[in-house]
Structure formats: C-alpha cells, structure tokens
Design a protein around this ligand. Structure first.
Ligand code: 0X9
Ligand code: ZN
Length: 305
C-alpha cells in the first residue's frame, strides 16, 4: 500500500492517483497538462468542493532528482482528501486545488532507472550529444537573460535553443493560460536548501512592487515551520537576491506573464547533508512542515487581500 515511508516510481504514483480518483469521485477530477517528449501523459488532479472557489496551482518535480517534491505533493493531496483537522479541512474546502505531482515525467523515470542525479528533460539536442533542458529555465519570461541560465546543452541549467523548446514547458504554459482566470496562487516544489523563494529569479536589481507582501507571507510560512517540534529553519527571500539569478523559470513566467502576484518556489529539506537523496525517514516530517507552512502561507495571503 502507498505511503510516505519510501519513494515511489512513476507507475506506482500513477496507480495511487487512479485509486484516489476512484475513491473520491465527487471532489476530484483528472486533468492532463499535455504529453512529454517520450510520450508520457503529464497528469494532474483538481480537488474542488464546489464552484467558483479561488484556485491554487502546485507544480512539482520539474527537476527529476528532487524526489521529495512528488512525495510531498502526494502527501498534500492525501491530506486534503482525508484529514479531519479543522485547518486542513478549511484549506481543502475553501479552494480549488490544481496539483501536478510529477511534472517532468521522462526525467523522473530516468532518475529511477538510469541516473539518480538526473535533473533535466530527456529531449535530445539537434547537434550536441548532451541530452535535456532545464525545464525551469525554458519558460518564455526573460529567457536566458542575466546569466540566469546556460546556452550550453551540456549544462545542468541549459535553457534550450529557444524558449518553450520542451514540450512539457510549452504544454504547461498553454494549460495555465487556459485556466488563468481560475487560480491566483502558484507554487513550484523543489529541493533542496529549505528556502521559500519569491520572484524575481531573473533579476537581483529590481524587486516586484508587492515585494513587502511576499516577504510578510514568507515570514508567516517560515515562522510556522520553525515553531514545530522539528524546529526546521527555512529562509525566505527573493530568488535572485537570496539564492541566485535564475531566468526563464515557471514561477517568474506565471508572475510576469499571467500576472499572478502570489508565486513561490519552495525548496524542501535538507541543507546539504543528504541533498537530493533525502532519506525516506525524512519524508513525513518534511510533509508535515509543508502542511503547517501552507496553512500559514494561505492565511497570511488572505489577510493581506
Ligand atoms: O535553480 C532552480 O531552478 C531552483 N533551485 S534547484 O536547486 N531546485 O534547481 C530555484 C528556482 C528559483 N525560482 C525562480 N527562478 N523563480
Ligand atoms: Zn529544482
């Protein structure tokens, strides 16, 4: 049976998703973002308890090796559907949730079967033998600007030969455009480093006009997690000033092009001891931190209007 004490392969996650659609037909709905380069379907779940709720979109595992992100997404889905906790029920019933647990399906499969440290997509390059593009550098917003990505196909942050060269990124952008009036919070799950990162990624010179609000929301997330029994420290800040310049990311594209003003990258556990290979024993604590942080984040977002 499915749980959160080990990591699962793509087919196991999809079988679990199918069981969730079967068990909760009245509040769940399947959606398809599109097709990956290798022809896999990129699947999502919408959880909704009624019409005309504000929407929250979660994209997870755009980077293949960041396995804790899909584990966290499935945990979150399960909690939204099964938790009896008042605050979690409130989250579940007050919003329309759009969650894509494994976005980079080809890369994720490859990270399980061939190379645990794979990050990028799996589309071959036209002229170079290096494979794949960093999906989080392939979006058409300040693409390849400010050294926030690489033009070298062998780099881990290769932006692609053109923006939206990757069918996965192109499909997600089109899907997000098609539902753009249905959501106003966007979250991108990553690991590792224990950060909550707001836009911009593309520039450290300018800050968005709602920077202060984004930091206040971030502080609520960070403080809530710090106060848990685990005492885990997250740091919040703008991506380019706190982490590094990263251009052409999904979060920046949603923020800049779709004008969604609450958009964050969450970088989960840990800070480097295990890095991408986070021990299974830390899956549950990490997921509990996400749930606590998310409750605080949404509460503060509402307070600030
Ligand atoms: O470099 C990235 O894409 C992310 N870090 S990771 O170690 N998981 O690869 C950070 C993404 C930052 N977000 C934005 N650029 N908005
Ligand atoms: Zn990542």
């Amino acid at each position: 049976t499915f749980g959160w004490t080990r990591y699962y392969e793509l087919d196991e996650i999809e079988a679990w998703l199918d069981s969730i659609f079967a068990a909760y037909p009245s509040v769940t709905e399947e959606f398809t973002v599109g097709q990956s380069y290798e022809g896999r379907r990129i699947r999502g779940i919408k959880i909704s308890h009624g019409t005309n709720k504000r929407g929250i979109f979660i994209e997870s595992n755009i980077h293949a090796r960041e396995w804790i992100t899909s584990a966290s997404a499935t945990y979150f889905i399960n909690e939204l559907l099964t938790s009896q906790d008042t605050e979690v029920r409130n989250l579940a019933e007050s919003y329309d949730w759009y969650i894509v647990p494994v976005f980079n399906v080809d890369g994720f499969e490859y990270s399980h079967t061939k190379n645990r440290m794979w990050r990028k997509t799996r589309q071959p390059h036209a002229t170079n033998s290096c494979i794949g593009v960093d999906g989080n550098r392939n979006f058409d917003s300040h693409w390849l600007e400010n050294n926030g990505a690489s033009s070298n196909p062998c780099s881990e942050t290769f932006a692609g030969d053109v923006a939206f060269s990757e069918p996965e990124a192109k499909a997600l952008s089109e899907y997000l455009i098609s539902i753009q009036d249905k959501f106003d919070v966007y979250l991108s799950f990553h690991s590792y480093g224990q950060w909550l990162l707001s836009p911009y990624g593309h520039s450290a010179e300018e800050l968005p006009e709602n920077y202060d609000d984004l930091q206040e929301i971030g502080t609520a997330f960070v403080d809530a997690i710090q106060n848990m029994v685990y005492g885990t420290t997250y740091v919040r800040g703008s991506t380019a000033t706190t982490l590094y310049v990263a251009s052409g990311s999904s979060v920046d594209w949603v923020f800049n092009e779709l004008d969604k003003k609450v958009a964050y990258t969450i970088e989960y556990r840990d800070t480097g001891r295990y890095g991408f290979v986070l021990p299974p024993a830390q899956i549950k604590p990490n997921c509990e931190e996400l749930m606590t942080g998310m409750i605080a984040l949404i509460k503060k977002t509402n307070e600030l209007g």
